[in-house]
Write a protein that binds this ligand. Structure first.
Ligand code: PMP
Length: 460
């Protein structure tokens, strides 16, 4: 497969201009400037091309977002039509527009019946900012304004804005000016690392009961909500034991604490269910959505409310002094509609559940279950993680696992594969439209990257 790429400058010129003017996310800019950024110029299906024409298989759907892959003409047409018809109008005060209304109709037809309302945003971070204010407003309306502490998890990720950083549990982000009062954290349900001698089931209950202990420590009358990703994404695609979520739900109900699921990665078919909380079998009060809502073709996120919350906010709350200029943007809404229709009408989500998801998961386990460097394979549908481990039986992790995984990621790029590393884990989330052949390529290239890492770092 070749691509028509039309760079107007050389790669070196792009890199020099990038180094001169842009600060990259989560990377030492000075070190990057010495090497130059990778300039991606073109995408089609699951493949990307850089400005030198090198092809990559995108095993990460961009940042977990391009569910439909690159180059979809129907999404392009939906955006173009909307740009011509009504490129902008807003949802302030008493106005609205057809596309956002149609999007809501479609979105709520895909969601379980106990959700009824949404506020749209431009990103996942913003949606979690809306969450923080909505949850506080909810308890204020109910006459409990002191009930405002939100509990997240260490190593959870909810965004890079101030509130979402505080809600998340990335310690290094907190240290860089990202902490606020009224946020608390509990441990993550990371069995491979923390399970000790416990069975997975017992560890899942233990990890969940940290929430109960934290609520009791803070006083249930002060705790507004528990917020977590159904499976951790940026934290390493960590899937909790099966016992975890039911116990979390019991605790939230017992202490009247809202249960909020961040579905920014898990939403829109990633696990094979439309939403990841359905995969794990629990019922959150809110859902944070973004990424797969538009397949990343245009920025859009949102916060979905259960009927229980919406009744309080809408029927009893009066004015909610909150609004974003681009909330429910018509072009974003048009793209989201085209995207959701494709996911539904082309049977893509059901194929992930019944065909391609099981195929990928089986292939990964067959390939890596007995690999000397891999201690665990986790995942469901089109999301998976490989855990580097020195000794699988005792679940002993490499002391320098971060460096090992980063090396593997770098080798992957060299092999024409985009996968990502988090601590000692290689994580992948290909587009939901991936074919068996593309999944074969993904796993084969990942194996090559893991083997090369073992040889080059003398681990084998
Ligand atoms: N929540 C989760 C679970 C995420 O993974 C992310 C982004 N990776 C966000 C929120 C933030 O979304 P955004 O980058 O669109 O602000």
């Amino acid at each position: 497969m070749t691509a028509q790429i039309n760079p107007t400058r050389s790669t070196q010129d792009y890199q020099a201009l990038d180094a001169a003017h842009h600060i990259h996310a989560f990377l030492d800019q000075k070190a990057l400037n010495e090497k130059g950024a990778l300039v991606i110029a073109k995408g089609q299906g699951l493949h990307l091309w850089d400005t030198d024409g090198k092809r990559y298989l995108d095993g990460m759907s961009g940042l977990w977002c391009t569910a439909l892959g690159y180059g979809r003409e129907d999404l392009n047409a939906a955006a173009t039509r909307q740009l011509a018809e009504l490129p902008y109008y807003n949802l302030f005060f008493h106005t609205t527009h057809p596309r956002v209304i149609e999007l809501s109709e479609l979105l709520f037809s895909l969601l379980p019946a106990h959700y009824s309302h949404a506020i749209y945003t431009n990103s996942g971070s913003e949606a979690n900012e809306v969450l923080i204010r909505s949850v506080r407003r909810y308890w204020q309306i109910l006459g409990q304004p002191q009930k405002k502490i939100m509990i997240g998890r260490w190593n959870g990720y909810h965004g890079s804005t101030l509130g979402s950083t505080a809600l998340g549990g990335m310690g290094f982000m907190h240290e860089m000016g990202g902490m606020l009062p009224d946020f608390a954290h509990i441990g993550e349900p990371y069995y491979f690392a923390e399970g000790g001698d416990l069975s997975e089931e017992a560890f899942g209950l233990k990890a969940a009961r940290e929430l109960e202990a934290k609520i009791l420590e803070l006083g249930a009358e002060n705790v507004a909500a528990f917020v977590a990703e159904p499976f951790q994404g940026a934290g390493g695609m960590i899937f909790p034991p099966a016992s975890y979520w039911a116990e979390i739900q019991r605790i939230c109900r017992q202490y009247d604490v809202l249960l909020c699921a961040d579905e920014v990665i898990g939403g829109f078919g990633r696990t094979g269910e439309w939403f990841a909380h359905e995969h794990f079998g629990f019922q959150p009060d809110t859902l944070t959505i973004a990424k797969g809502l538009t397949s990343g073709y245009i920025p859009m996120g949102g916060l979905v409310f259960s009927k229980r919350m919406a009744e309080v906010l809408v029927d009893r709350g009066g004015v909610f002094a909150h609004g974003l200029t681009y909330s429910g943007h018509p072009v974003a809404a048009a793209v989201a509609i085209a995207n959701l229709k494709a996911l539904r009408d082309e049977g893509i989500v059901s194929r992930v559940k019944n065909d391609t998801g099981p195929y990928l998961q089986k292939l990964l386990r067959e390939t890596f279950a007995n690999h000397p460097l891999i201690g665990d394979v986790q995942g469901a549908g089109m999301v998976a993680a490989l855990q580097f481990a020195e000794d699988k039986a005792s679940r002993k992790r490499f002391a320098n696992e971060n460096d090992i995984a980063w090396h593997c990621r770098t080798v992957g790029f060299d092999e024409g594969l985009i996968i990502r590393s988090t601590l000692g884990r290689m994580i992948m989330a290909p587009a939901l439209v991936a074919t068996h052949a593309e999944l074969d390529e993904l796993v084969e290239k990942t194996k090559r990257a893991v083997d090369r890492t073992g040889r080059e770092l003398k681990l084998l």
